[in-house]
Design a protein around this ligand. Structure first.
Ligand SMILES: Nc1ncnc2c1ncn2[C@@H]1O[C@H](COP(=O)(O)OP(=O)(O)OP(=O)(O)O)[C@@H](O)[C@H]1O
Length: 466
């Protein structure tokens, strides 16, 4: 997977060790020991992910220098995902970094698998949130469905109730979670997002509940879990439908008791988080006890918020197009252009089976490739098989497995490229479509089978217009 990673650490040995580990996986990995050189480095290109040491000058452990650098990184037009690193198991400092925009934290010395998982997740999150970070992360849409959704968020947010957000891939579930947190009494606390589908089973407990130094071979220092780091704030458990049953049992126990016991600790710690969860599983699967424990479901779904797919709120399409075209015109320094009237009609009638994310990718493509005075339909690169907009096609799409981003016709696609096209691109597209179909559009499972990260799969979906 190619990505540009920067390691900012005053300890050259630490930076080099991380660089050697990460270079094999991501390609471009730079190190920087002198923070004064950061502006010059950023001027040459902004990394995808920055591993940021919070304490530069030896002896200083309040993290002020790292937090100031975090502000510099977050102020970039297209900010990198930041993983804060600290040599001290200092939860308040990690929490402060999370509040100021770091997406995750890791304690040194790190566990290699954990570091790679953190970078993978940061890349996936950055990809999923691209566009949001480039513009306003606000939930856009004036359709009746969106107005009702916003009203529901406003009434639910101030309560402490656990909320479960349901909806297909790319409908905006994470944005809904962020909106709930922002309007809640916990808004001054952090919203910590955890991709539950990507947590390896072996490290599940240590990730969520923390561990004590020496409690197992790789536990080289105390580590705070996500529950502790999100204290006073909200924990966003994303992709909850992809959790193995054994992990579900552990999560249930923590939620029932309202306490967690770090591995190796002799006393449990009370938890103070509001749980917001999300899944793209359709409700039939969610209520299937062989997939998801009913008792856990009832803990999580005090309030259920369903985010409707874009094809059920087509009125929002023009607004979203205008929003994302403007963002990408600014980002790529292209002139502002209108969408041709006929094209707009087609785009509104399009089914957008990857929802707002697919629309956003299409806008980016149009801005980059569009050559005319106005945007044409062709500029948006709609997958030709997905253009069926008859009521029958829409109905079959609606009844297709709810988390599918695969168009019904592609769901039957063979693993070889259709129409005998043997270019590498066409073969890759067909392989991705077939794998997604095999897993009913489940991104995590498809990525695992294809041997790439979720972030890389999202990038490829955008590239191929799937
Ligand atoms: N109503 C909206 N207004 C503006 N942007 C939106 C809206 N809904 C979604 N987006 C954008 O679409 C992209 C996908 O949104 P988000 O990650 O919240 O979806 P999701 O449902 O959580 O997806 P997934 O299940 O695949 O993780 C993001 O770039 C987000 O900013």
């Amino acid at each position: 997977m190619s990505a540009y990673i920067l390691i900012l650490d005053d300890d050259a040995d630490v930076a080099t060790a991380a660089q050697m580990l990460l270079r094999r996986r991501y390609g471009q990995v730079a190190t920087l020991c002198d923070p004064a050189s950061l502006p010059a480095l950023l001027a040459r290109g902004v990394p995808d992910v920055v591993l940021l040491d919070l304490n530069f000058t030896p002896g200083r452990i309040n993290g002020a220098e790292g937090l100031a650098l975090l502000d510099v990184l977050r102020a970039q037009a297209n900010p990198p995902a930041v993983i804060a690193m600290t040599a001290y198991a200092d939860v308040p400092l990690a929490v402060e970094a999370l509040k100021r925009g770091a997406g995750d934290f890791i304690t040194k010395p790190w566990d290699n698998a954990r570091l790679i998982a953190a970078v993978d997740q940061a890349l996936a999150r950055r990809e999923a949130g691209r566009g949001a970070s480039a513009g306003s992360p606000e939930l856009m849409g004036e359709s009746r469905a969106m107005r009702e959704l916003k009203a529901l968020i406003a009434s639910v947010a101030p309560t402490e109730a656990n909320v479960m957000v349901l909806g297909e891939n790319g409908v905006g579930k994470e944005l809904v979670a962020r909106a709930i947190h922002a309007a809640s009494r916990r808004a001054n606390g952090t919203l910590l997002a955890v991709d539950m589908g990507a947590l390896p089973e072996s490290t599940f407990e240590s990730e969520l509940f923390g561990h004590r130094k020496g409690s197992f071979t790789d536990a080289k220092a105390d580590r705070a879990g996500r529950f502790q780091a999100a204290r006073g704030g909200s924990l966003f458990l994303d992709e909850i439908g992809n959790m193995p049953l054994a992990a579900q049992a552990k999560l249930l126990t923590a939620l029932e008791r309202r306490e967690v016991t770090p591995i190796g600790a002799d006393k449990p710690e009370a938890i103070d988080v509001r749980i917001i969860s999300a899944t793209n599983l359709d409700e039939a699967r969610l209520f299937d006890p062989s997939v998801f424990r009913a008792d856990l479901l009832f803990r999580l779904n005090t309030i259920v918020i369903r985010v409707p797919p874009l094809r059920e709120r087509r009125e929002d399409v023009p607004l979203l197009l205008a929003h994302y075209l403007k963002i990408y015109e600014t980002q790529y320094q292209r002139p502002a252009r209108n969408v041709a009237a006929g094209a707009l009609d087609t785009l509104v009638r399009h089914d957008w089976l990857g929802n707002v994310r697919a629309l956003r990718h299409a806008c980016e493509r149009a801005v980059i490739l569009g050559q005319g005075a106005e945007y044409s339909v062709a500029d948006f690169g709609l997958p030709s098989l997905a253009q069926a907009t008859t009521p029958a096609a829409a109905a079959s799409a609606l009844h297709a497995v709810a988390d599918s981003v695969v168009v019904p016709a592609l769901a039957e696609a063979p693993a070889s490229a259709p129409s005998g096209d043997t270019t590498l691109d066409a073969i890759e597209r067909a392989a991705i479509a077939a794998t997604l179909a095999q897993f009913n559009g489940n991104i995590s499972h498809a990525a695992k089978t294809l041997g790439i990260s979720r972030a890389a799969l999202y990038r490829k979906l955008g590239k191929h217009g799937i």
